[in-house]
Write a protein that binds this ligand. Sequence first.
Ligand code: B12
Length: 176
Amino acid sequence: MEQHAVEQHGETGTTGPGAVVTTGLDVVVTTVASDSHTWNLVFLQLLLEELGHRVTNLGACVPDALLVAECARLAPGLIVVSSVNGHGFPDGLRVAAALRARPELARTPLVIGGKLGIEGTGADARRRALLAAGFDGVFEEGGSPGAFPAFLRALAPGGRPPLDGAPVPVVSGARR
Ligand code: B12
């Protein structure tokens, strides 16, 4: 009997004879060129992997051109930008423009989060500007803990729910 492979994203399993069903997303986790913090990236990688996604973590201080080149090469299902050094807002605006300028990345889901400013205020204005620049979700510290996992579930309905008691990031505000 002819066998049909069903390729969605990610983790592989079977639902019938020969059927290959995959769940989860290929995700690029990155920070911006100015930011040398790394534990935020490790945290996000672990969280995403726990939720059933596969992560390429580009590490600290990623130059814009390298980020764009790697995303174009890997064609991920989601790009997650994290920054905590206080320069994430201007760096994020620049990175979004660079990514969205590439036709093959123009529609790739793209989010940013962390500590994006150097003041506790202005999160709403930052969020609006980042969404206008091309991000699909902005998750600043201090927002709803469930917002990022909910965003991921909407993108990849086959993904795993968080384990009981698993840490979730402090986040806020997705566009969708
Ligand atoms: C360790 C540390 C460093 C180390 C980093 C070492 C390393 N390998 O990572 C060193 C010493 C290098 C460093 C340097 C600097 N640091 Co520093 N650092 C910290 C510190 C103490 C802990 C950061 C950390 O590892 N946290 C653990 C991780 C897991 O948590 P997190 O980063 O907060 O991320 C969480 C959330 O933000 C969220 N999140 C993050 N990104 C994203 C993305 C998405 C999509 C989502 C959903 C969630 C999410 O998820 C994580 C888990 O909850 C913080 C203070 C603090 N207590 O947070 C300051 C801090 C981040 N640093 C700060 C600053 C200012 C600097 C320097 C500019 C200092 C200087 N003058 O040189 C430099 C910047 C260097 C650079 N080029 O980026 C400030 C940033 C201020 C701001 N954003 O308003 C902080 C907040 C300290 C402070 N209170 O002033 N730092």
